[in-house]
Design a protein around this ligand. Sequence first.
Ligand SMILES: [Zn+2]
Length: 343
Amino acid sequence: MNRPAPSTSSPAAARRLLSAAAVCLGAAVATASCTAAPPAAPADASGQAAPTPPWDWSEAQVRSAVDAVRAGRDLNPASWPNGARVAVLLSFDVDNETVQGLRDGTVSVGPLSQGEYGHRVALPRVLRLLEQEGVPATFFFPAWSLKLAPEQATMVKRSGMHEIAVHGWIHERNSELDGPTERRLLEQAVAAVEEIAGERPVGYRAPSWNFSPNTLSIVRDMGFLYESSLMADDRPYELMADGVATGVVELPVEWILDDAPLYNPRGDAYSPPRDVMQVWIDEFDKAWEERTLFLLTMHPHISGHRSRIVALQGLIDHIQAKGGAWFGTHEAAARWVREQAGM
Ligand SMILES: [Zn+2]
């Protein structure tokens, strides 16, 4: 996930994005996935039936809207591999040019160059740190990010410890697409990533960190081992669709565990890297106490700058000094979770 610049790059813009997503979901639910019939609405002056305002929804409508995608059982294991008390899952969404205008067709040279920094400078720097620390991570690629710089797959695979997963076709706003288009784009993204990386991705992260009414069924049909875009818990959990368990493992994300809103590359709400590091250290320490999961989302073109690599290194050093943590890819964590839960 990443914010497009500049309109959604500040926390205020992030709130607008989130509320827009909520409006979209509400609209989608009311039209496409709501199983309860809406009450008859009065016609306005043009003769069009006005949508029923949510305060007049029936109980069945509200419950149906909420239950479309919901958290099911807690899948946090009693312990993680090697008897660890907490799992540390570092992820990098390698968005590069796709979020610098490409996904919306608003191409401009300056922003594109910032995306180019992602694969030319930032990804190699991130990989050097991870390899130096012996820490695995998962790299979620929009297919076009990899197609524009396929050498990134070779770089990521060099150490043999990282995972390559899929993050859409061109970082499309999947929650706004119709079902057939969303499915086509994800299928062609998986095929493109497989062709370039030499391995079929088993993990999915939605480009919008949001679902359309069709996303969950597409993810389930395509047989992904896990999904990592939603926020109903700090712990891994099973996704429910209309009250029915789906067998899809969710490895949850969170905006305060994402470098994009905290660092805001456009600069109107800049956070010093060492302050961001402290937020993440506090998040990790609580995960350690609670014996759960610390999952961090970063972007090479954001976190791969020099001052921010210092912050990431500080975080990794803190985790390693504390002990009892297992660093794994999302794939390894999902396999462990499924095995422990008998899925
Ligand atoms: Zn992204």
